[in-house]
Design a protein around this ligand. Sequence first.
Ligand SMILES: [Zn+2]
Length: 343
Amino acid sequence: MNDYIWLLPPAHVSNSGEQLSLMDFNSHRIMTFPGPAEIGVGLLKAMDGELTEAQINTLEHAQDIVSVLEGEGLIVRLKRPLSEILEGRVWASRQLAYYAQLCHEYPERCLDALADKRVAIIGLGGIGMQAAQALAGAGIGGLILSDFDTVDASNLNRQFMLSTKDVGRLKVDVVRDYLLDRHPHVEVEVHAINPFESDSSQWERGDLFLFCGETHLAGDANELITHKPVIQAGYIGKEGLVGPLRWVEKGTPCHSCAIKPSTQYKEFYENEIKLGTSWNCSGSTINGVMGNILAEAASRVFMPWMDDALALNEAIYMDMKTLTMRRETIGSEVPCPHRVLPS
Ligand SMILES: [Zn+2]
């Protein structure tokens, strides 16, 4: 009864004069309510996230209508008034409405869960910068960004934060400027280094690691970080990949052990890298798709109450040719000496 009641946005209300109708934009279903329309209109207006259920229940017909709407999944419950949740973060109003679609009970938990978290992103190509932008908009408190590359004209088909005037600049500088212009509430820290050839202490401040660089670098990642969750993302040709979610402390193998099972494989990998050409296939669309899926999967690491989060060892594949996605659990059973099993 102390919950604040918010009619799920966007629910559209219409009043024909005699009858009150409400359309749920998700199902495109129209519901009609009996009784004088003005009573219903007043009631629906009262569900603006500023009144508690107890206050709303003092209005005529309130209990019946609230219970019908709740049964239809159109009521969102908040722990505090909507205006208080959004105080000082007006930019988050649409994001909160999005979370309300995913989580009807206390969606403000989603914003609150991200506000004090830092995500480290290694590699600021098309996927890494897309994920950084999406996480900033989702409400993440801080980003630690790493890339030692400079902007090249061949990046411009897909890396949306870059423009022709940035060619030759360090990517981390361009990305930081873009993010701070658009999301001044986010703390952005940048490093123009190879994270695997540097002191790992700076990465300790990250709560989650996203490896969006070259796969052979990502493979070394978990030997640095075994006690934090790690998600890899990338693509080969037309097929994109987000995951698997590795968390060595919780019992997954690390990336190194999972993707480099033999010395022979390692040699093959290194030879392949030497033969790399500038005709690397990097389409203009796959980066944004995978970067956004990565950001969605990453934010849910901090929202354990949310259904459909990535499970440990689980990955999402996208085939750009057929425009289909699938989820798979991969590489969970390989031996990993970096894993510390409970004694
Ligand atoms: Zn390992």
